[in-house]
Design a protein around this ligand. Structure first.
Ligand SMILES: Nc1ncnc2c1ncn2[C@@H]1O[C@H](COP(=O)(O)OP(=O)(O)OP(=O)(O)O)[C@@H](O)[C@H]1O
Ligand SMILES: Cc1ncc(CO)c(N)n1
Length: 268
């Protein structure tokens, strides 16, 4: 009889299917973990941008998390788009009330298209309320600059930003280097003691919509399966890179999605 590890994504819906809840659930499936969702917002979105957003009411977001916690249980939890302070407060309360562990926070602020997904000025709520609850936070370069109030141009800047973010309470920090210039990209993981670098060749592709969502969902799935943080990040990077390399070429006119349908159920 098959038993599955259980994961939830607390995030926004992307109608275009490439980022947000849709990317997360596809990624969970690739890792053969049971995927659940608490949808925080409905975005009308495609590969070129976001045209409208309807935020789900904080009570309903809380309730989605409550219902799956009480009945099904959660081994690991990914958090993506949270639209404003009221939503952040509701998610905070649910995480505490249901003692949710293995929280991976992708501090989503701005989509690749430039559209704001978190209300401007509400970044501080995300930092103050949620960072201390996180097992791992996975900012990209602009998000890290905003959270740490530093500018990032070099690897040394990345390290300084990571130390600043760590001091805000998360157990571990993964700073993604996807926005850095050059032929190689380096993500840096810090566990409070050591720094670990993950470097890969940059794939020259415009189909990178949802890379951050995919990476954090893959880390969440891998943690749920019992891997150590280092192993989970290593496996998730491998999955994301392969998904970028195999991205379909006929989906939309803008930043197209990745290819999620890779079998990582045996990769431990
Ligand atoms: N062109 C690329 N080639 C190879 N790896 C990439 C590329 N772009 C991003 N990555 C990797 O994908 C992961 C996500 O990084 P990135 O910094 O792009 O996240 P993000 O900005 O949060 O993404 P998004 O906002 O689209 O969800 C990182 O591990 C990064 O190194
Ligand atoms: C719903 C949603 N979440 C996250 C992102 C970031 O890529 C996006 N574009 N849309």
């Amino acid at each position: 009889m098959k038993r599955l590890f259980k994961t939830i994504t607390i995030a926004g819906s992307d109608s275009g299917g490439g980022a947000g809840v849709q990317a997360d659930i596809k990624t969970f499936q690739a890792f053969d973990v049971y995927g659940m969702s608490a949808i925080t917002a409905i975005t009308s979105q495609n590969t070129t941008g976001v045209s409208s957003v309807m935020n789900v009411s904080p009570n309903v977001i809380y309730d989605q998390i409550a219902m799956v916690s009480k009945d099904i249980g959660i081994d690991a939890c990914k958090i993506g788009m949270l639209a404003n302070t009221e939503v952040i407060d509701a998610v905070f309360k649910a995480l505490v009330d249901f003692k949710i562990q293995n929280i991976v926070l992708d501090p989503v602020m701005v989509a690749k298209s430039g559209d704001y997904l978190l209300r401007r000025g509400d970044e501080n709520s995300l930092v103050k309320k949620l960072l201390p609850l996180c097992f791992l936070v996975t900012p990209n370069i602009p998000e890290a600059e905003l959270i740490s109030q530093t500018s990032i141009k070099t690897k040394e800047d990345m390290i300084n930003s990571i130390l600043e973010i760590k001091s805000l309470g998360p157990k571990n920090v993964l700073l993604k280097g996807g926005h850095m210039q050059g032929d190689f990209l380096t993500d840096i993981l810090y566990d409070g003691i050591d720094f670990y670098e993950f470097t890969s060749k940059k794939v020259n592709s415009k189909n990178t919509h949802g890379t951050g969502c995919t990476l954090s969902a893959a880390i969440t799935a891998s943690l749920a399966r019992g891997n150590s943080l280092y192993e989970a990040v290593k496996i998730a990077k491998k999955y994301t890179l392969e998904a970028i390399k195999k991205a379909p070429t006929n989906i939309g006119q803008g930043h197209g999605p990745l290819y999620h349908n890779l079998n990582f159920s045996k990769v431990n």
